[in-house]
Design a protein around this ligand. Sequence first.
Ligand code: VGL
Length: 196
Amino acid sequence: MVQYDPRTALIVVDVQNDFADPRGSLYVRRGEEVVPFANREIERAFDGGASVVYTQDWHPPVTPHFRKDGGIWPVHCVRDTWGAQFHPGLRVAESATIVRKGEDGGDGYSGFSVRDPQSGDVTATRLESILRARNADTLVIAGLATDYCVAETTLDAIKLGHTATVLLEGIRAVDLQLGDGDRAIERMRAAGAELD
Ligand code: VGL
């Protein structure tokens, strides 16, 4: 079991209705199961004095991320809609730190960066500066989905010099192709992530 201290941050990735609710438009199979698990970790993190940061996919209604606009995904997590809201069972304090991504039509999956789909330019989200301000370089990662946002966030975390532990009980995969989730776990491990 991971230990939490003030230099640790728990990153709760995209536990939003469209991914975590069976009625969601990009429902990740068994995604709702991460909610009680994440809640326990959130509580343990606070007890240990760690930070908790939530990421949230937050798309405009039209974005090249969506299939209808040239991308590969069904419409999901459109800002200010039910699908973009956190799963109602997730513990999110009034004062929670939330990092939104995709807001300006940006593409990509990592909580640390977004990619401009026209120019390909990659820009940072607020996540890294939040972690630096808190001196948190030991990251613990859970949420959705293993093969996209969890994997890319974890790989970026390691590139940025953090240590990253992925909580296997607290992630679920889209598995567009059978085995994508397992391959993503292998990629994270090969990059230096701890798996717990
Ligand atoms: C995600 C697919 C498309 C994720 C986001 O949160 O993992 N997956 N957009």
